[in-house]
Design a protein around this ligand. Sequence first.
Ligand code: TXE
Length: 498
Amino acid sequence: MSNIPHVSNWVNGAHATASAERITVLNPATEEPLATIDATTQDTVKAIVEQSNQAFTQGPWARADASDRYAVLSKAASLLRARIPEFVELETQQTGRPIREMRAQLARVPEWLEYFASLARVYEGRVTPFKGPVINTLTRMPLGVVAQITPWNHPLLIAMKKIAAALAAGNVVIVKPSELAPLSVLKMGPLFQEAGLPDGTLQIISGYGRDTGKYLCESPHLSKIDLTGGIATYRAIAPVAALNMVPMTAELGGKAPVCLFPSLAVDDAVKAALFASFIASGQTCVTGSRLLVHRDMYDAFVELLVSRVKALKVGSPQDPSTQIGAVISRASVARCADFVERARRDGTGRVLCGGNPTTVDGKGFFFEPTVVETSPGTDLACNEVFGPVIAVIKCASEDDVVRIANTDTAFALGASVWTSDFAQAHRVASRIDAGIVWVNGHHLNDPSSPWGGFKESGVGKENGQDAFESYTKLKSTVINYGIQPTWFDPEIQGARYG
Ligand code: TXE
């Protein structure tokens, strides 16, 4: 193991001295170690937060002209775009996701930098219709030092969504990537430095969530916490953040319904379901993990779905023809297996295909793409698996689809409605209670399009103007050019108070 590289924290514009304790990052498809990273201690986290606060109050970034922020973020986008193949390789290795998916996903990541660079450059304040000879300007100021806790499923995309918005708004950023897949994010330090970002403006620190992540989020010197992760993590962080008056954006889990109506040809419905359900082996917050199928197409749909799922190619993520890669860890394999086992044991689900752990060349954390027929209210219908185990549910009517979509789970992040009936598309989309509703699509994402859920799927939004504004504080400046402060004069006629 000594011949694998150690990638230490990126702090104040350089890789820091390695920590005494180290964490090994595995390739989940081969179980081979890729690198070690720091397990950052409480004292080190504290020192980094202090240094970051100095960088915010004394460094140039918070005061930089919009045109300078634009220039740095645009340059970072160009540098990243030129190095996409290298990042595709790394992302495939550390996530176990098929290289075909990583090529498609990473090709678009520079757009997040370009979008937020542009927003920084064109964003305008406002002037209110304030009564009297007064000019009231509303301007947006950076918040300060912001913490970003990012996950392993789309390591670079999710980190870049958050980093781009926060830097565009003038903040100093401390990112703690997932200990399971941190390596692409750690490479962002030198890349931003080359783009001209002042040292100390982007700090990247590694460690376990329960230690390093916790120490970071408990700091009273943060101005915002932005988390993508599980509800348990949110519940660990949120009380302390609330006490410290630190606002949070949280992008948590989901149980996205895929609503399939019979106006759609059966093979189109099956293609839709495959796409919604099995990207990233089902490990995304918007995975279409509940197929809500109208009874008029149910039998034909299920027959074709099962034959297509059985034919999906599980294989080495490095092989461009692989369709289903690994899941992130041995624990994820066990979680998938437990869901299937409970459905079998309790008689709440019928496994139509898959259902077992598997390996590629005798190695790796793989789980067969699995479809389980179940009914509303069951464990599998309501709870997030975060793996390639998909529930299919027969629905009696459009009302039934909407009711199950809205009431079966506490999540409300993504949902998709598939129909060729124009009026039905609008009708159902308007009734679904979710942060993102796609009509005849799924997974569609753009830096300009707000992304975030309702209910237990989280609070706040990534992407778009909303995300940019969430990284700012609104300042109201009231400029009086005609009201005299005569309130306490002997002659009080016409004096104005408010
Ligand atoms: O996430 P964790 P896990 C959901 C999904 C999944 C579940 C658990 O439901 O099954 O979360 O996944 C850091 N203080 N999503 O265990 O642990 C951790 O180090 C501060 C949905 O992998 O939440 C990592 O950087 N930080 C999601 C990050 O939180 C803490 C993507 C996410 O890891 C911490 C991932 C603590 N106490 C999981 N504990 C999506 N929306 O895409 C952990 N972390």
